[in-house]
Design a protein around this ligand. Structure first.
Ligand SMILES: [Zn+2]
Length: 519
């Protein structure tokens, strides 16, 4: 059964000639494998597919055929960092009615699902593997360029984070953490953000997908890039926060700023995108827009009155919300606010954080969005046809997150998928109904129409006050680094932006511990 299942995948084979034994033997292996494996190094920036990787995948596949289905996802994860040769038609009609063809790239590293925050911790990197398995079994991989990103060196992370914080993340482990008592406290690593085996590699992996995705947009090689493993929006320059250690959103935006004048960050996670807002709070090169639960809720920031300072005034947009946010309410605020942002800011690139903890029934969340309602936001952003990096984020009801993200992958590809889920390696997770879309709850929506109207009016007023499409002087002399935001340089050199934010955070410290690990 497994064999026939695997052979559904129309891959073309490749086997290193000196894998083992004689060339003749390898040819035999190659022809067998040719039925379902196509392995091609996608481009020069992709990690090469080593013989060891391939051998591991090969052995796993043989093992799977004989004994088990448990690891097939891992095998395919390892196998499917391939470039599909052609795109099937995913022509779309944008808002203006013109026809356009979206080129979608997808970044995924099978290793990401192996990291574990610890027993009982709500953050489960395994979500990315569940999502990937659905992407494969729905056949969506056929329409995307699929990449396993090269691991970025730790030094790259210090483009935003401090050297000592990154060095600490690199060195600390469950075995030696007792030697780092002072740093654990200083860098807020412990309970919500625990030390676990392979922590630093985990950070490198999810960040590599986001930076790699940004580079692909910079090259003009894709219109949309997806990295469901990314979106860890709470991490600060020298501090872990809210299950996030390295802020891949910030690092991806910095990468995009190398070739894009203005980058828009949109955040539909239920939590405020505080780490990203803080990083770009004093610049007009990046506009951040976060729609989030506010009041007695982690991280405690994101008041509507917080709109940026200095040159960044008006370029941090916060839309605070109450419990029970539903699809209709979300649509009623998201569309006018994003439309206004597009009109005033005119971004050259967008980073969209799609945290799935804003879905109904999330373990930590308290909104009531359906998967369709969540995806409507993605579809609306897509309709503007601006180069977009789509990231994951929160999402703590394990069976719902992959449903949401695979559905949003289909939306980005303009490829409808059926509600009845295909058989997949984790089929039992989705029982008993085995449906993609789920009903919402009957919880009360505490966001009244009047309240939302008032808040939308306030946000639109802020946007009316900002300069239209602010231009930025292009510095010369540094290839590819001409546009590092002034605020970041300032933060590093003088600590100015940081101090302003530290004051702001201190004000909120009373509510900053709301995200405890709830079982
Ligand atoms: Zn969240």
């Amino acid at each position: 059964m497994l064999f026939s299942q695997s052979s559904q995948f129309p891959f073309v084979g490749w086997v290193p000639t000196n894998l083992c034994g004689t060339g003749t033997e390898n040819k035999t292996q190659s022809s067998d494998l040719a039925q379902y494996c196509s392995i091609e190094v996608a481009n020069s920036s992709s990690r090469s597919f080593s013989e060891r990787d391939f051998f591991t995948a090969w052995i796993e596949l043989c093992y799977l055929h004989l004994f088990s289905s448990d690891k097939i996802g891992k095998s395919f994860g390892a196998m499917v960092f391939v470039k599909q040769e052609q795109h099937s038609s995913n022509a779309t009609v944008d808002q203006t009615g013109s026809s356009s063809k979206r080129r979608v790239s997808y970044f995924y590293d099978a290793e990401v699902g192996n990291y574990h925050y610890g027993q009982g911790h709500p953050m489960k990197p395994f979500r990315a593997r569940l999502t990937h398995n659905l992407v494969i079994n729905y056949g969506l991989y056929r329409q995307m360029d699929i990449f396993r990103p090269p691991l970025i060196p730790g030094k790259e992370l210090t483009r935003f984070h401090s050297d000592d914080y990154i060095n600490f993340l690199r060195l600390v482990s469950p075995d030696n953490m007792h030697d780092y008592t002072r740093q654990l406290q200083r860098f807020n690593v412990g309970e919500d953000c625990p030390v676990f085996d392979g922590l630093f590699e985990f950070c490198q992996i999810y960040t590599s997908g986001s930076i790699g995705g940004a580079q692909r947009l910079n090259q003009g090689a894709a219109d949309v890039v997806i990295n469901w493993s990314g979106g860890l929006h709470h991490a600060k320059k020298s501090e872990a926060s809210g299950f996030c250690y390295v802020n891949d959103c910030v690092l991806a935006i910095l990468e995009l700023l190398k070739t894009h004048n203005r980058v828009l960050y949109i955040d539909i996670d239920i939590h405020h995108g505080d780490g990203v807002e803080e990083a770009f709070y004093t610049t007009n090169r990046v506009m951040t827009a976060s729609f989030h639960k506010f009041g007695e809720f982690f991280p405690g920031t994101g008041d509507i009155a917080d709109k940026g300072v200095g040159a960044g005034e008006g370029y941090a947009i916060n839309y605070p919300l109450n419990d029970g946010m539903d699809d209709e309410s979300m649509k009623s605020i998201f569309c006018p606010v994003i439309s206004k942002i597009m009109e005033r800011f005119q971004p050259n690139a967008i980073v969209l954080q799609c945290g799935a903890d804003s879905l109904s029934g999330d373990r930590l969340g308290c909104f009531n969005l359906s998967i369709r309602g969540h995806a409507d936001c993605v579809a609306f952003v897509k309709s503007f046809n601006v180069p977009t990096l789509v990231l994951g984020g929160g999402g703590y009801t394990l069976r719902n997150v992959p449903r949401c993200w695979v559905y949003e992958t289909s939306i980005l590809l303009d490829t409808p998928i059926q509600d009845t889920m295909p058989f997949n390696d984790y089929f039992d997770y989705y029982g008993p109904e085995h449906k993609l879309l789920l009903p919402v709850s009957n919880m009360c929506n505490l966001n009244t129409r009047q309240l939302l109207t008032e808040r939308t009016t306030k946000v639109l007023q802020i946007l009316d006050s900002v300069e239209i499409a602010p231009s930025v002087p292009i510095l010369t002399g540094q290839v590819g680094t001409t546009q590092i935001p002034g605020n970041l340089l300032k933060m590093e050199d003088e600590g100015a932006g940081r101090d302003a934010q530290a004051d702001k955070r201190q004000d909120m410290s009373g509510t900053g511990d709301a995200m405890s690990i709830a079982e």
